[in-house]
Ligand binder design. Structure first.
Ligand code: UDP
Ligand code: MG
Length: 155
């Protein structure tokens, strides 16, 4: 099927601390995206330097790394039609106070770096980020009864 993509999502330490993991996961699930990988994992500093390499010269980089190492994170891969953009839409803008109402960041958070979720920002970064957190054997392909509604002709 055309346009079936995969995106990496991390549920960040603020959501873990605030007991909002289920709430966040449920938003992607309810949308009809397909969960193809899931783990609870801590991120070390070297991995963060890679993952947030585009921010290494920012004054908040140290705080961001410290924040991301406060607890393990929930790492997930979601699959679906145009899923990279869909997930970013569900997550909302980086600054929760500028995010649209209805998004995870606007509805559940107020600040950075504690904005609940990471989501891949392009197909290219999704491919790199999925490999960063998952081995091939941890990624699953399977049929779901709802696939024909969400991925097929819609009937
Ligand atoms: N961040 C921050 N201060 C800022 C901008 C970003 O602490 O001024 C943190 C925030 O947690 C954000 C992450 O750095 O989610 C990665 O920033 P990016 O610009 O990639 O935003 P995202 O892709 O997460 O929306
Ligand atoms: Mg980003």
């Amino acid at each position: 099927m055309a346009n079936i993509e995969r995106s990496l999502v991390l549920i960040k330490p603020d959501a873990v601390q605030r007991e909002l993991v289920g709430e966040v996961l449920g938003r992607f699930e309810k949308k009809g995206l397909k969960l193809v990988a899931l783990k609870f994992t801590s991120i070390d500093e070297a991995t963060l330097e890679e993952h947030y390499g585009h921010l290494k010269d920012k004054p908040f980089f140290g705080d961001l790394k410290k924040f991301m190492m406060q607890t393990p994170v929930v790492a997930m891969v979601w699959e679906g039609l145009g899923v990279v953009d869909e997930v970013r839409k569900i997550v909302g803008s980086t600054n929760p106070r500028e995010a649209d109402a209805g998004t995870i960041r606007a509805d559940l958070s107020m600040n950075v770096p504690s904005n609940m979720v990471h989501a891949s920002d392009s197909l290219e970064s999704a491919a790199i980020e999925i490999k960063r957190f998952f081995d091939d054997v941890e990624l699953f392909s399977y049929e779901k009864l709802t696939d024909r509604f969400h991925f097929g002709e819609g009937i």
